[in-house]
Design a binder for this molecule. Structure first.
Ligand SMILES: Cc1cc2nc3c(=O)[nH]c(=O)nc-3n(C[C@H](O)[C@H](O)[C@H](O)COP(=O)(O)OP(=O)(O)OC[C@H]3O[C@@H](n4cnc5c(N)ncnc54)[C@H](O)[C@@H]3O)c2cc1C
Length: 395
């Protein structure tokens, strides 16, 4: 190995989970090195999540990352559900929890995180190839990778696996240790980003043609989705067809107010629920999409990455500062309690708001009744609002 380095925490993956962890550790005097497989331009070019729970917003403010979010983000008091043939319904997080949410894009959060790491002189190594984790059950693990063809090594105390669903970290845990739970849904989401003023509310539409969602990133950047077939192809969805289909799934008064424009990004994502347990193996700790995936209904993916990082940073700081491992030993259980709660509400909203290709008339009636019960019951509304705005972090 040509070059060797030493750090307290080697962080695999420079997405939101890895960068936020590195940022919080630095603020608390714990050093880390982030290894990212892609170029920085690639990471910053990804269009993904954009709806932040109240706890995520509070945490970002607390760690000095709130200024641009508060300037450019769009605070909101909940989300609307427009159900074909029924009056409009609002998930009122402000009324039932006193908390607000924020629309602020993952791309902007990632930019803010890179800027903060750069300002602090943090080490984020991009285009790190062939990352491998070693000696994870020994006292001192290490990580190897190649950069521009040269082999390098990092010795560390802990490894944080923040490298997303397809990363190397979860794959480094022996199959005999890991238990995985998975559900695939029989449809995907076709998403369009357009430089147009968003529809004022974040609005989920249930329609006999399928689900649709109007979301926002900034006052001049809108994100729209429609449920699509699993084998849908982007070339079959020119902008004009997308807008036509989107509007057909909204109530007429909403369709009239949608400002359309050319798409600046368009993508198709299949919907999946996935959880891997435990989130620890020896000195390796998983966080974010490396350990779990939720369908985007309910906007929990990025928020879960943030809550994992809250728990993991607290545990690593405690251990690195005082040698105590109280929180490290509980990390997996604590993080997983919140993961399962978010997996359940994402699954429930997905079942409620989509048309399923093979469903029976009975199942369809059950869905209508779920919605009518939600509209009629303040208890049901309070329960949904509490989960939608985000459950509190455990002490
Ligand atoms: C197309 C798409 C759309 C989404 N839309 C939404 C949405 O609307 N709402 C929502 O709430 N959530 C959404 N999500 C989910 C949300 O974006 C994720 O939950 C969030 O990105 C998780 O952050 P993370 O840091 O854990 O993982 P990631 O953002 O995936 O970051 C992992 C990083 O690790 C790097 N990496 C991978 N393998 C390696 C390796 N071997 N070595 C080094 N680095 C590696 C990757 O390049 C990446 O930068 C979406 C996800 C996708 C993929």
């Amino acid at each position: 190995v040509a070059t060797a380095a030493r750090t307290q925490v080697a962080i695999i993956g420079g997405g939101p989970a890895g960068l936020l962890l590195s940022h919080i550790l630095h603020r608390n005097g714990v050093d880390s090195i982030v290894l990212e497989r892609q170029s920085r331009a690639h990471v910053l070019g990804r269009i993904r999540a954009g709806v932040l729970e109240a706890g995520t917003v509070a945490l970002l403010r607390e760690v000095g990352l709130g200024a641009r979010m508060d300037r450019e983000g769009h605070p909101h008091d909940g989300s609307a559900i427009a159900w074909e043939g029924r009056p409009r319904f609002f998930i009122d997080t402000q009324k039932f929890t006193g908390k607000r949410m924020m629309a602020y894009g993952q791309t902007a959060i990632t930019e803010d995180l890179y800027a903060a790491r750069d300002t602090a002189g943090g080490e984020v190594i991009d285009e790190a190839d062939k990352v491998q984790l070693h000696a994870l059950t020994a006292r001192r693990p290490h990580v190897t990778y190649t950069k521009q063809g040269a082999s390098r090594r990092i010795d560390c105390d802990y490894v944080a696996g923040c490298d997303g669903f397809h990363g190397v970290s979860r794959a480094s845990i022996p199959a005999s240790v890991l238990k995985t739970y998975e559900k695939s849904y029989p449809f995907g989401w076709l998403g369009v980003l357009s430089e147009t003023p968003p529809y004022p509310d974040l609005c989920y539409c249930y329609h006999s043609r399928g689900f649709a969602l109007a979301s926002m990133r900034t006052p001049l950047l809108s994100r729209y989705y429609i449920q699509c077939e699993l084998d849908a192809r982007l070339e079959d969805w020119p902008d004009e067809r997308f807008w036509q289909e989107f509007k057909a799934r909204c109530p007429p008064e909403m369709a009239e107010r949608i400002v359309t424009g050319p798409s600046i990004e368009k993508s198709i994502a299949p919907l999946r629920s996935f959880v891997a347990e435990p989130m620890q193996y020896g000195t390796l700790f998983l966080a974010g999409d490396a350990a779990h995936i939720v369908p985007p209904t309910g906007a929990k993916g990025l928020n879960l990455a943030v809550s994992d990082v809250f728990y993991l940073s607290r545990a690593l700081i405690e251990s690195c500062r005082s040698g105590k491992t109280h929180y490290l030993e509980r990390y997996s259980d604590m993080a997983l309690r919140r993961v399962w709660a978010s997996a359940r509400i994402s699954w429930w909203l997905t079942m409620l708001l989509h048309r399923f290709p093979d469903e029976t008339p009975f199942e369809e009636r059950m869905r209508f009744d779920q919605f009518d019960y939600l509209r009629a019951s303040e208890h049901a509304q309070a329960s949904l609002a509490e989960q939608y705005v985000g459950l509190p972090f455990e002490a």
